[in-house]
Design a protein around this ligand. Structure first.
Ligand code: NAI
Ligand SMILES: O=C(O)C1=N[C@H](C(=O)O)C[C@H](O)C1
Length: 236
């Protein structure tokens, strides 16, 4: 993703001050390496996300965090941001289409909460290079369903070798080929199935969302998500 974001940024007249990767690790860089950068964008590895966030907070560089797989540490990151009065915006998926799907899902789960016949599940498909599973987006969508449906109380991301607990939202992950990222949230009753689906056709949608989020974040302090950007985006 780093390359896709850099291309989109340069096409939009932003300057890419520095790029870090496995041969030039960010955590080994000095403050001067990022110069006057007014924003950092991170698409790296789950285990690097929090150390990278910490370094950016210490250096007072606002961050747009796209890396997934670190959300168990969200409370620590919230504390970190408060301690440093820092600026961080994170999202498991920077596509505007997923932001809209997520808003729509909020409305759908409110309706479905009154319709006990409907069970809910999430499916995701990604390319074989993906390091984390389930995807951050699938995890987010499944948690949204748990929050919205009183008959569900947890997410189950593992293959079940027994009957599924009816209070679980099952998330299944497939890794195959070069799929950019597909997510389906579905509600299944004895009579029909209602599904919301997003399919990324390439990586440009993620990169465009990152730029939009970075522009929104400038001058703001706190911990934000793409949902905070959405109202301005839709009304622009
Ligand atoms: N939020 C969103 O919209 C999206 C999130 N992602 C997430 O972004 C993350 C990265 O995904 P991809 O870009 O597809 O993976 P990738 O494997 O192409 O990129 C990982 C990058 O991390 C770099 N890296 C490895 N060690 C490093 C170190 N010590 N210091 C600095 N950089 C280091 C690698 O050089 C590489 O450039 C994943 O967690 C993925 O789920 C991916 C696409 C969209
Ligand atoms: O690794 C990817 O490629 C993607 N990861 C994100 C996720 O984990 O949800 C977003 C997108 O689906 C692509």
């Amino acid at each position: 993703m780093g390359g896709a974001v850099a291309r989109e940024a340069e096409a939009d007249s932003h300057e890419v001050v520095a790029r870090f990767h496995s041969d030039r690790p960010f955590l080994e860089a000095s403050r001067s390496a990022v110069g006057e950068a007014d924003m950092a964008v991170d698409f790296s590895l789950p285990e690097l996300a929090v150390p990278h966030l910490r370094r950016c907070c210490e250096w007072q560089v606002p961050v747009v965090m796209g890396t997934t797989g670190w959300y168990d540490a969200l409370d620590d990151v919230r504390t970190l941001v408060q301690e440093h009065d820092a600026s961080v915006l994170y999202a498991p998926n920077f596509s505007i289409g997923v932001a809209v799907l997520s808003r729509a899902l909020g409305h759908v789960t409110t309706l479905m909460d009154a319709l006990d016949d409907y069970d809910a599940f999430v499916q995701e498909l990604h390319h074989t290079k993906k390091a984390d599973s389930p995807s951050g987006t699938a995890q987010m969508l499944a948690e949204q369903v748990v929050d919205g449906l009183s008959r569900k109380d947890h997410v189950e991301p593992e293959t079940q070798h027994q009957r599924i607990d009816p209070s679980a939202v099952h998330v299944s992950s497939t890794r195959a080929g070069t799929a950019f990222g597909e997510h389906t949230v579905a509600f299944d009753s004895p009579f029909d199935r209602v599904a919301l689906r997003h399919r990324a056709k390439n990586r440009r949608g993620f990169a465009a969302g990152v730029l939009r989020a970075a522009e929104w974040l400038r001058g703001r302090r706190g911990l934000f998500t793409l949902d905070d950007v959405l109202d301005d985006w839709l009304n622009a």
